[in-house]
Design a protein around this ligand. Structure first.
Ligand code: NAD
Ligand code: TDX
Length: 357
């Protein structure tokens, strides 16, 4: 991006948001970043501890569904760019408790769109080149069979409460472009992995359980396919879409890295065996794998056709799956305290203490 921006990042204390803020601080240190995060179970201030004193960074604890808070931030900070990550993101939780998904993912996105409309379209603000980037998922397209890829024109066919709530928010974002001319962009990305991912998701869960000698739950037959992308590649793609993308467009982002879940779990086990040697049991970590009951409505296969973002914006992934897993396992090995504090809940105490000061 050419000019200095004032960026509202929502959900910056989560997995992708934190990686994105670190990337922005490195690439564009003179941009102002305001991180609005509710600090749900998935938000962790420690992810951004190293930049907490940075003069161009500020954190606001708040809910994207709270219109007064969101309006105040737009007005006080003169926000010209929104990168909207905040969401309830875990499919399994959406099956057992969909209400929070409807609230945050749909009502929260609506609240942000309304604030942007008020401040950018109704003329209350003088910001230049405003941009509202909505970070979405490939899960809005539903489930693929053995062949084929999701393109930007694949019809939406969400199957879980999570993907239905994301599809709904995508529709709202598009509606604000067509109806009000709001300068929006949408990215639909495949499965991310890398540093700071909450240990409920497959890759960090397998890492954590295998380190503890616990069983490694693989849903169904383990042959569901996901298209894995290293999180820093996703963050770079988002920067390209803000810099060079076009309003009203959506961009699919994927790793061109289709793997069956069982292949992913095997690779993590083998990587740990190689780096640490066999566990005390003397058995390879693969022996901890347990096939368990399938996820309800489990989408069989996701695969992204990322030709548009490559052709229009010149983005393609830089990190292969093997390199990415190596980096990720090394990060989790070096940050076992980070995982332990999440699992024992003491990270929540940390921000309660910080904010009671
Ligand atoms: P995450 O669950 O790790 O983080 C979500 C963050 O949002 C947390 O910090 C949480 O505290 C915050 N948050 C939740 N509700 C909020 C609210 N009401 N107000 C303010 N903050 C709130 O999620 P993630 O994996 O980093 O995903 C980020 C975004 O990217 C989501 O929109 C998700 O749908 C999308 N996405 C994720 C993936 C993936 O593989 N993880 C892939 C494609 C798209
Ligand atoms: O214990 C497990 N065992 C298992 O077999 C878990 C947690 C998952 N799985 C399977 C289910 C999926 O097929 O592994 C695959 C990946 O599961 P998750 O890590 O839960 O990711 P997924 O459901 O694919 O969704 C993720 O990618 C798309 C993110 O959580 C979403 O936010 C994103 O939109």
């Amino acid at each position: 991006m050419k000019n200095r921006r004032t960026v509202l990042v929502t959900g910056g204390c989560g997995f992708i948001g934190a990686n994105f803020i670190h990337l922005l601080r490195n690439k564009y240190p003179d941009w102002r970043v305001i991180n609005l995060d509710k600090l749900t179970y998935a938000g962790n201030l420690k992810n951004l501890q190293s930049i907490s004193e940075d003069e161009n960074y500020s954190f606001i604890r708040g809910d994207i569904c709270d219109a007064a808070t969101v309006n105040r931030i737009f007005s006080a900070e003169k926000i010209d760019t929104v990168i909207h990550f905040a969401a309830e993101s875990h499919v399994d939780r959406s099956i057992t408790g969909p209400a929070d998904f409807v609230q945050t993912n749909i009502v929260g996105t609506f609240t942000l769109l309304e604030a942007a409309r008020k401040f950018w379209i109704e003329g209350n603000s003088q910001v230049k080149e405003p941009c509202f980037l909505h970070v979405s998922t490939d899960e809005v397209y539903g489930s693929l069979g053995e062949t084929g890829y999701f393109t930007e024109t694949t019809p939406f066919d969400p199957r879980s409460p999570y993907s239905a709530s994301k599809a709904s928010s995508d529709h709202l974002v598009n509606a604000y472009f067509h109806t009000y001319g709001l300068p929006v962009r949408i990215t639909n990305c495949s499965n991310n992995y890398g540093p700071y991912q909450f240990p409920e998701k497959l890759i960090p869960l397998v890492f954590n359980n295998s380190m503890k000698g616990k069983s490694l739950p693989v849903y169904g037959d383990g042959k569901n396919v996901r298209d894995w992308l290293y999180v820093k590649d996703h963050c770079q793609a988002i920067v390209e879409v803000v810099n060079k993308g076009r309003s009203g467009h959506c961009y699919n982002i994927g790793g061109n890295n289709e793997k069956q879940n069982i292949e992913v779990v095997n690779l993590i086990c083998d990587t740990l065996d190689r780096k640490l040697g066999l566990p005390e049991s003397g058995e390879p970590r693969r022996s901890q794998i347990t096939f368990v009951k399938d996820r309800l409505g489990h989408d069989r296969r996701y695969a992204i056709d990322a030709a548009k973002i490559k052709e229009h914006l010149g983005w393609e992934p830089q990190v292969s799956f093997e390199q990415g897993i190596e980096k990720t396992v090394d990060w989790y090995l070096a940050n076992q305290k980070w995982v332990a504090e999440i699992v024992d809940g003491s990270y929540e105490q940390y921000y309660e203490e910080m904010y009671s000061k």
